[in-house]
Design a protein around this ligand. Structure first.
Ligand code: ATP
Ligand code: MG
Length: 214
């Protein structure tokens, strides 16, 4: 099986502290893999390294066969949601996604409206993101991650802050995307959540990644 994500022996030190220790991970095409672990264990850091947002001291990261940091700054055909998404607080959800979509100019206003509905928000809601609840921001962040129909999704705690219905909706959405061939790597504090969604789960502790279950 072809690996979409290949992480080999990645080490990251911040201010003299090792936060990723010799981390290796392969995510094959069409899979959903999950990482859980305590606060500060390095989950978000690993996802940032995979997305090229943080450059590791040593090791290799490849996504779709491209070396991240040298051949590509950001992984191609990838949608990412890493920690709290930064939106322009004075603009509506729709306007925020329209601004972001202008960078690549691949999708129409109608497609954005459709994806906003898909995550359970109203594309015609005129209220600025400033007044959105945590769960609404999270949903908008997911909409942004999936709107350009990526082949790979990298999601840091995608159901964080969502109510029970929201969690169920997002799980259904992720399963549906996966059935269409989207490869997904996500983190969660709930090992239960990961076990119901993922083909393989990992445990991260003190910067060390270990496979939990196939
Ligand atoms: N910008 C930064 N400057 C200094 N240290 C950082 C920075 N970002 C993260 N760290 C440190 O890196 C380590 C890993 O943090 P990370 O955010 O990856 O943890 P996490 O597993 O995602 O935790 P959580 O479950 O709380 O989201 C922590 O010790 C954290 O303090
Ligand atoms: Mg984190």
């Amino acid at each position: 099986m072809q690996s979409i994500i290949e992480v080999e022996k990645v080490t990251k030190t911040i201010k003299g502290r090792l936060v990723l220790k010799d981390v290796s991970l392969q995510v094959p095409a069409g899979q959903i893999y999950g990482i859980s672990g305590p606060n500060g264990s390095g989950k978000s850091m690993l996802l940032r390294v995979i997305c090229g947002l943080v450059i590791p001291q040593s090791g290799r990261v490849e996504v779709f066969g491209y070396r991240i940091g040298t051949e590509k700054e950001f992984p191609p055909e990838t949608g990412a949601l890493i920690e709290t998404p930064g939106f322009l607080p004075g603009y509506s959800g729709m306007d925020n996604l329209l601004f972001l979509a202008m960078i690549r100019n691949q999708i129409t206003r109608d497609e954005i409206a459709e994806v906003i509905r898909l995550v359970g928000l109203d594309p015609d809601d005129p209220r600025p993101v400033r007044v959105y609840s945590t769960g609404m921001r999270q949903r908008l962040g997911l909409a942004q991650a999936i709107m350009e129909k990526p082949k790979l999704l990298i999601l840091d705690e995608p159901t964080n802050g969502l109510d029970r219905q929201g969690v169920a909706d997002i799980h259904a959405l992720l399963m549906q995307l996966n059935q269409k061939g989207v490869t997904i790597l996500l983190t969660s504090h709930s090992t239960e959540e990961l076990q119901s969604l993922c083909g393989k789960t990992y445990w991260m502790e003190n910067g060390i990644l270990q496979a939990e279950r196939e």
